[in-house]
Design a protein around this ligand. Structure first.
Ligand SMILES: [Zn+2]
Length: 435
């Protein structure tokens, strides 16, 4: 189980590396999320990139990390950051990341801690570890060089969400680029990622083999459907992730339908305040500020009741696994003029998936029929297949390591890029050495 015995339950093989770079995936190999990867070379420099958990029920955890002095956290999503307090509490590791990622970690860890207590799931770290982790950050600006043992590293904009970083690492032998979660397309709140020439590219492949619909057209379709619901006297409920999607939805609605009354509820409201303090990482921060003032933030129970008369409610959780969205659905489900707009992928076993497949959903523990119109839109913050391929070509690496992808997605990318670079699709718990 997750309750590791530091140093005794790690399966990491610490034997010296002879040459090149050695990668060992603790999680995120042939799976989406749950990421953690140890990198080491012959200089004895050893770092960890990301240490997350998969927020499934129960959560899934990566294998125990060996001792590392430094870890780089690419972004604040829980499947990349969730286990970092354990690392700091057990090994005193220094955490590196963008200043916004460091700032958001406090909200993300506190929420993980709260959810695990409520749901009764074991967590390998406690409040003391969380406090230690908050003090363990060494934040960096994009492009700033910093030293890790015998290596030099720097962060680059990864798209995806504000503050999300790709990691460029120069070892004495080679240049490595770690993509983190990546989007090369411009989205409402962030610019897209740009390729960096490297020898080894470690690329997330969530959408390998699948392409997104044209983003502006999908946004238009979304706004039109919202307007139709409002025109028939209904409320449009938009469940959206707290960190990224929710703020994108607000920007889209503010741009295209500012006449609507839009209420914003859930953890995203606190996250947005942190975003606003880091305008250097936001695309067009003035517009975000205007959007923030325009939407009505739900702060209390009475605000929540008032929101039931809104045109649109944007709230968590994005996959209807809890959060205020459930409270709203329970109230809104009696009037067929109302509608639910899902804004992305709904994982197997999630409330949103159940709503799509069966027209019902667990509400306060009871499986409840919800006879409202439910529509799904594809407003993802990950690059699609074609963007991933173009990005990989732009980096022109000798080696391409595909992770954060199920096997089918990774194989689709391998099939397209195999003639141009050597492809690796490592499994968790195995070591690969690239030269
Ligand atoms: Zn992410």
């Amino acid at each position: 189980m997750v309750l590791y015995t530091p140093g005794r339950t790690s399966r990491y093989d610490p034997s010296p590396v002879e040459s090149g770079i050695r990668l060992h995936f603790l999680g995120g190999g042939q799976e989406v999320g749950n990421v953690g990867c140890v990198l080491e070379d012959k200089t004895g420099t050893r770092i960890l990139i990301d240490y997350g958990l998969a927020p499934t029920r129960p959560p899934k955890y990566p294998a125990e990390a060996p001792i590392v002095d430094n870890a780089i956290i690419t972004h604040s999503h829980i499947d990349h950051i969730g286990m970092a307090p354990w690392l700091v509490g057990s090994h005193g590791t220094t955490l590196h990341g963008s200043d916004l990622t460091a700032k958001l970690s406090s909200i993300m860890w506190a929420d993980t801690y709260k959810v695990s207590s409520i749901e009764g799931y074991p967590l390998a770290w406690d409040r003391r570890d969380m406090d230690a982790a908050l003090d363990a950050w060494q934040p960096h600006q994009m492009g700033e060089k910093f030293v890790l043992g015998s290596w030099e590293a720097s962060l680059h904009v990864a798209g995806h969400i504000p503050g999300a970083a790709m990691v460029e690492i120069d070892t004495p032998e080679m240049k490595i680029l770690w993509s983190g979660d990546l989007d090369t397309r411009i989205s409402p709140n962030v610019m897209g990622a740009k390729p960096v020439k490297c020898d080894v590219l470690c690329l997330e492949g969530t959408y390998g083999g699948r392409n997104h619909p044209n983003r502006p057209e999908e946004e238009k379709r979304f706004v039109e459907s919202i307007k139709q619901t409002v025109a028939r006297g209904g409320v449009a409920l938009v469940p959206a992730f707290a960190s990224g999607r929710g703020q994108d939805i607000l920007r889209i609605l503010h741009d295209s339908a500012p006449e609507l009354e839009v209420h914003y509820d859930g953890m995203g409201t606190r996250i947005t305040l942190d975003w606003l303090e880091h305008p250097h990482l936001i695309r067009n921060p003035d517009k975000l500020r205007k959007t923030w003032r325009w939407c009505r933030r739900v702060r209390s129970k009475s605000d929540r009741k008032k929101a039931l008369d809104a045109d649109v409610i944007v709230t968590t959780s994005g996959m209807l696994d809890g959060g205020p969205a459930i409270w709203y659905i329970n109230r809104l489900r009696h009037d067929p003029a109302n509608a639910i707009f899902l804004t992305g992928y709904q994982a197997e076993g999630s409330g949103g998936r159940r709503l799509l497949d069966e027209g019902r959903l667990p509400i306060w523990g009871n499986i409840t029929p919800v006879e409202l119109d439910v529509e799904q839109f594809s407003l993802s913050n990950h690059a699609g297949h074609d963007e991933l391929v173009e990005f990989a070509r732009g980096c022109s690496p000798r080696h391409l390591v595909i992770f954060h992808a199920d096997k089918e997605s990774a194989d689709a990318l391998a099939a397209e890029l195999g003639g141009e670079m050597t492809i690796h699709i490592p499994e968790n718990g195995t070591q690969i050495t690239l030269e």
